[in-house]
Design a protein around this ligand. Structure first.
Ligand code: SF4
Length: 213
């Protein structure tokens, strides 16, 4: 597993739990508001060293009695072929796992939910569920990617595990009407709106010449 950052203790990444947070490297999205450009943009990825998987697992083994769970975030964790074996190693320590995802890999989500390898999932809903709205937030959006996201929404809703959908509200990007449409779309689900925070966001690193695949 390519790990870019590791937070040993968090009180905010899994509601009601003391969790450790693992940030995987690499993402297939380019969200302007992203606060983890060093986990996303290839130029910046190369500037950071990977954290060895065994270091993280050794720490979790030592601290498992003090933690309520492990959050796997990113970047986009579902890009990694070794995600499931990695989660299996964490579960073997007796620790529950929550996955943060952009929903672009429903086939991975299906395996994780079906195999009971995750105990909770949080999925970003970047904008109202149309190509034009999504593209305003994520430059890499395509029709087929939107289909995959819709499939992930269905999977998460029907998963039977703890879940959360969440949207970061960016006033200069999404219109109030789009936010209203989302609230209607996700009415009756576990859905939250998050406030945009400025800072060292991805948009500030993007240049026209940058590849966005
Ligand atoms: S905010 Fe967007 S670009 Fe950043 S890690 Fe999440 S999905 Fe990737």
């Amino acid at each position: 597993m390519r790990i870019g950052a590791f937070l040993k203790q968090s009180l905010i990444d899994w509601e009601g739990r003391v969790s450790a947070v693992i940030f995987t490297k690499g993402c297939n999205f380019r969200c302007g508001y992203c606060h983890n450009p060093y986990l996303v943009l290839p130029e910046l990825l190369r500037q950071t060293q990977d954290i060895e998987e065994h270091e993280v697992l050794d720490f979790l083994d030592r601290r498992k009695n003090w933690l309520d769970g492990v959050v796997i975030s990113g970047g986009e964790p579902t890009l990694h072929e070794d995600l499931i074996p990695f989660i299996q190693k964490i579960k073997a320590l007796g620790l529950p796992v929550k996955l943060d995802t952009n929903g672009s890999h429903p086939e991975v989500l299906e395996q994780l939910i079906g195999g009971k390898w995750i105990d909770a999932v949080a999925m970003d809903i970047k904008s109202a569920l149309s190509l034009s709205c999504y593209r305003k937030v994520n430059r890499t959006m395509t029709d087929s990617l939107l289909e995959r996201i819709l499939e992930s929404v269905r999977l998460v809703k029907d998963s039977g595990i703890e879940y959360q959908f969440r949207t970061t509200v960016i006033p200069r990007v999404q219109t109030p009407e789009e936010i209203q449409a989302l609230k209607k779309e996700f009415l009756g689900t576990h859905y939250i709106l998050q406030e945009f925070r400025d800072g060292d966001i991805l948009e500030k690193h993007l240049q026209e010449t940058l590849p966005i695949n």
